[in-house]
Design a protein around this ligand. Structure first.
Ligand code: C5P
Length: 230
């Protein structure tokens, strides 16, 4: 099977309160999206890479990636899952149902090559696929919905994982699962949840906890520190 990379980068990053989407903030003078893409594409071989962009994107033209002939772009959608589906459709003439698709958040620049290789190796013969994930280490509380929340209960954290990316699935199954979730208006915040909703059981592959998603301003400094060491 072939191996494809999809990087949804069509989000507007409201939680970052910055003047541009988070994937276009800079770390050590490079765009986060450029760091993410070069770490992935320089680690393992892909048959193609599709990046979903926002229709009103004004930054892509200034990236290093826009001059990289390994990378194609398509227009993303309203939700992250729409942006992934648009990228899958843009690959449809080149991809087969059994091919692998790795989906990785544009805003996770600290992804480690060893994690990427392990994900690919562990899932190699699997019929569905799986995702990088990390066991939860904090004690989890469910809060009451009030303005000053109180603890309603402590949630048993045994067996709980945080979903990371990349997530790697068979092209055909991922496409069908995302389409089905869309039709049924099932909320999908990662690819795995679409597959689960479709009745499949993705594999959890333990990944490094420093594969953070840059979401709030403090994450930017942390990502800079993590990248300076690796
Ligand atoms: O907002 P969130 O942190 O979940 O976004 C995760 C990734 O999905 C980001 O790389 C973002 O650019 C992308 N995204 C997208 N299309 C959307 C929303 C988010 O490609 N409509």
């Amino acid at each position: 099977p072939k191996r494809w990379l999809i990087v949804p980068a069509a989000g507007i990053g409201r939680r970052m309160q910055a003047e541009c989407p988070k994937q276009y903030l800079r770390i050590q003078s490079r765009f986060i999206l450029d760091i993410t893409l070069s770490r992935l594409l320089d680690s393992v071989a892909f048959d193609g890479c599709m990046v979903s962009l926002n229709p009103s994107d004004q930054w892509w033209v200034s990236t290093e990636a826009s001059a990289d002939e390994r990378i194609s772009t398509c227009l993303g959608g309203h939700e992250r899952s729409d942006s992934v589906l648009a990228a899958l459709q843009a690959l449809s003439e080149r991809a087969s149902p059994d091919d692998w698709v790795l989906v990785h958040d544009a805003a996770r620049p600290c992804v480690h090559p060893a994690d990427l290789e392990r994900l690919i190796t562990v899932l190699a013969d699997h019929p569905v696929g799986g995702l990088l994930a990390a066991p939860v280490s904090d004690t989890l509380k469910r809060g009451t919905g009030s303005d000053v929340p109180e603890v309603a209960e402590t949630v048993d954290r045994r067996g709980l994982w945080r979903a990371l990316t990349p997530q790697m699935f068979r092209y055909g199954l991922l496409t069908e699962a995302l389409q089905s979730a869309g039709r049924e208006q099932h909320p999908v915040t990662d690819e795995s949840s679409a597959l689960e909703f479709f009745g499949k059981m993705p594999v959890l592959v333990e990944g490094r906890t420093d594969n953070i998603k840059v979401t709030v301003p403090a994450d930017l400094e942390l990502a800079g520190f993590l990248l300076s060491r690796s």
